[in-house]
Design a protein around this ligand. Structure first.
Ligand code: BTN
Length: 255
């Protein structure tokens, strides 16, 4: 790949190695609000981080990037962006895989291929709890050529699922285009289409699942994705809305 072409208004920050592209995005955010969306891409991370404070193994060969997005929306809508991004990742992954692979989204923001986690998203809000978001960090990791051995959930990479070895820059270019298009459509039309598209690929929808919260484990049937991105869990007679937690599927999604 000679030159990476990003969407209008997006600017690339390319690094050989960094502690974490999300951390670099925080540093840039603290240095001042940019008009452009910055795409911070590193070939490797020394302290890659995942959700719930976990480590994200980040050896060369996979995609590690963070979008630092100037935000114009209320902070409470920030989680919707996670679903915009998950749809974009699912589409990118599908574009590089051979036909017939099963690409699903696991709540809230994981992407699975044939039952194995291939990508994760870490959304961080620079604005904290202020009512209006001003910058948002969208960190995305996609396993292209390798994945860690010991994970809580089965993992995989595009190469093992039959994709030709894809140039990382080409994957990033495809992803950035889809993130930009997804965000523009979301800003124009709202969360409805994003929600429907996510639900059309939802792993475990209508099936028993388990959700680990910091102090309890919930069991029930995954009934729906709410209009703000919360997971609706049917537990016997009642329903519970869950806004954060780790989902385990009762049985692996069919391949
Ligand atoms: C998850 O736990 O599923 C989220 C993983 C997010 C990993 C990406 S890799 C690029 C960006 N920088 C980080 O340190 N984390 C995110």
């Amino acid at each position: 790949m000679v030159e990476l072409v990003l969407p209008r208004g997006y600017r690339l920050v390319s690094l050989d190695s960094v502690d974490s592209t999300n951390e670099e995005a925080w540093r840039l955010a603290r240095a001042g609000s940019a008009q452009a969306t910055l795409v911070i891409w590193a070939k490797a991370q020394t302290v890659g981080r995942g959700r719930q404070g976990r480590h994200w193994v980040s050896k060369p060969g996979n995609l590690y990037c963070s979008f630092l997005i100037p935000a114009r929306w209320p902070t409470r809508r920030a989680p919707e962006i996670g679903f915009v991004a998950t749809n974009a990742v699912a589409e990118t992954v599908t574009a590089f895989l051979p036909p017939g692979c099963r690409v699903l989204c696991k709540w809230p923001n994981d992407v699975l291929v044939n039952g194995g986690k291939v990508a994760g998203i870490l959304l961080e809000n620079v604005t904290g709890n202020a009512p209006k978001a001003d910058q948002l960090i969208l960190g995305i990791g996609i396993n292209l050529t390798h994945f860690p051995d010991e994970t809580r959930y089965p993992a995989t990479c595009l190469l093992d699922e039959g994709a030709d070895e894809a140039d990382i820059g080409t994957v990033l270019q495809d992803l950035a285009g889809r993130v930009a298009a997804g965000l523009a459509a979301w800003e124009r039309k709202g969360f409805g289409d994003v929600r429907r598209s996510w639900l059309s690929r939802a792993a475990g929808l209508g099936a028993p699942i388990e959700i680990k919260l910091p102090n309890e484990t919930l069991r029930g049937v995954f009934r729906d994705l709410d209009s703000d991105g919360a997971l609706v869990l049917a537990t016997g007679e009642s329903e519970r809305r869950v806004t954060a937690g780790d989902v385990s599927l009762a049985s692996p999604p069919p391949i």
